[in-house]
Ligand binder design. Structure first.
Ligand code: ADP
Ligand code: MG
Length: 475
């Protein structure tokens, strides 16, 4: 007597599990499958979505084929039944008229289907090929390699990035980790690699996502019980770009899920690109296993541009906008703006705006006035209250604790930091700072400043905190 579909499938699962040797992949891709029927050697299995089906097709068709033939015999066939789900508000696939189907994640509009119809899919073993999936890559066309000026400051990162785009997932630069201070071109370079990859391999699925967006999507998926959809979506990406990964700090849930996605993608030869404002080694508040993965490939930094590169960047922006400007003004800007490329661009835009609003020709004097204003307006006068808020927010401590008498270490520490930065960034006396920071006297403030400097020089993690806070307060 022929075995029933349940028994056959449960035997198959056992074989698949042994073969995969990876609990996580098994849980993600095989546990959600339900056997529906077995008729004349055709086993029908129900899969949760079309891209789930396509993923199985792409990655596991041979495993499925072997397993099912072993259980049912040589003439065994497999048929998928796809659930057109209405519960989840993530529309996995929307069949469209061109040869593509589209998958967008997340799609905010719920699908208005009330029943849960299933759609039979023909035998995949003889299917000539499935529809390709197209997603919104979130890439900005303006941030291409063509617009990314090369200089000593970015040569290594740029050429490594370019190499990755010629051969995504196949170089040893996987993951490719780009780090630098703000405004030096991380996001631009990451987009450029994504765009170039799409140009070279139009069928590859490329996704740019900011770490912040990733965190939100993940938290939403936990709330809405769609964690599996989230995982499936990310596991079908061929080139995944996660921008500003330092944002994952202290978020262990996100780090865990990212770790799994990373492993799946990496082990199937998919490319991962990460940007960060710190090196992997400086990413404290990260799980060690995540950090160790980030160190697997190549890390490259973007440095502050030298004057020549700044000049080239300015010229390329002007050229693109069809604007002429004399060389001495361009040089003047390049010499005088040393903070970042973003500021350099900002200054150029302000200068152009100034001249067109006021119908003034651009002269060195105008440029110098503007730089004065531009730079001055960026230096805000900070108050003790502002500093306290930044520091306490940074450590997630409610601000009321600044006045509390507790000796709790984290509160004492935050208060000391608030005192230190108040001394450094305001013109207030030690006595005033003390009185505003928990009613302390001037000696306590002095002691706090010394303690901070001491720890800064001896404790690496503490140094990172202070540097982070410095950026937040001074910017
Ligand atoms: P980050 O992500 O490191 O903070 P961005 O990539 O946002 O920096 O770069 C800041 C600005 O500087 C963007 O407008 C970007 O286009 C521009 N930029 C950075 N590097 C270059 C470069 N090499 N050539 C041209 N423009 C650049
Ligand atoms: Mg950026």
């Amino acid at each position: 007597m022929q075995k029933g579909h349940d028994e056959v499938w449960s035997n198959c699962l056992q074989i698949i599990k042994d073969n995969l040797g990876n609990e996580f992949l098994y849980k993600t891709w095989f546990e959600p499958i339900r056997p529906l029927k077995l008729e004349s050697n055709v086993l029908t299995i129900q899969v949760p979505s079309q891209y789930f089906c396509e993923f199985l097709e792409e990655h596991y068709v041979n495993l499925l084929k072997k397993t099912i033939r072993r259980e049912i015999g040589k003439s065994a066939m497999l048929q998928y039944s796809i659930v057109l789900d209405s519960q989840s508000h993530y529309a996995s696939i929307q069949p469209s008229e061109d040869k593509y189907a589209t998958a967008n994640y997340p799609v905010n509009v719920p699908l208005n289907i009330n029943s849960t119809p299933t759609k039979d899919f023909p035998n995949p073993f003889i299917l000539p090929g499935l529809k390709k999936i197209k997603i919104n890559s979130q890439l900005n066309e303006a941030l291409s390699f063509d617009n990314f000026v090369e200089g000593d400051c970015n040569r290594l990162a740029r050429s490594a990035g370019y190499a990755v785009a010629q051969n995504p997932g196949k170089t040893s630069f996987n993951p490719f980790f780009i780090y630098s201070g703000v405004g030096l071109g991380k996001t631009h370079l990451a987009h450029a690699i994504g765009l170039e990859t799409k140009k070279n391999f139009p069928d590859k699925i490329v996704l740019y996502v900011s770490a912040e967006q990733f965190v939100h999507q993940y938290t939403d998926s936990c709330k809405n019980n769609t964690r599996n959809d989230f995982l499936q979506f990310y596991q079908m990406i061929d080139l995944l770009i996660v921008d500003d990964i330092q944002f994952f700090a202290k978020k262990t849930g996100t780090q865990d899920v990212f770790f799994h996605i990373f492993n799946t993608l990496h082990s199937s030869g998919k490319q991962i690109i990460i940007t960060s404002d710190k090196t992997p080694a400086e990413l404290f508040d990260f799980e060690q296993r995540v950090i160790s993965r980030l160190k697997w490939g190549l890390s490259a930094d973007l440095q502050s541009p030298d004057t020549n590169t700044k000049i080239k960047i300015l010229k390329s922006k002007l050229y693109k906008d069809g604007i002429e400007m004399s060389d001495d003004i361009i040089e003047y800007l390049a010499f005088n703006i040393n903070t970042s490329i973003r500021e350099l661009e900002g200054a150029l835009i302000s200068l152009l705006a100034q001249s067109s609003f006021n119908k003034k020709t651009i002269t060195i004097e105008l440029a110098s006035e503007m730089i004065d204003k531009f730079i001055r307006s960026n230096v805000r006068e900070v108050s003790i209250e502002y500093i306290q808020k930044v520091v306490f927010d940074y450590f997630n401590i409610p601000i009321v604790n600044i006045q509390s008498l507790t000796r709790k270490r984290e509160i004492v520490q935050a208060r000391q930091l608030a005192m230190y930065f108040s001394k450094k960034h305001t013109k207030n006396s030690l006595a005033i700072i003390g009185s505003k920071c928990g009613n302390k006297d001037h000696a306590t403030v002095l002691h706090a400043c010394k303690a901070v400097k001491n720890l800064y020089n001896t404790d690496k993690k503490y140094k990172i905190w202070v540097d982070d806070l410095e950026k937040r307060i001074a910017n």
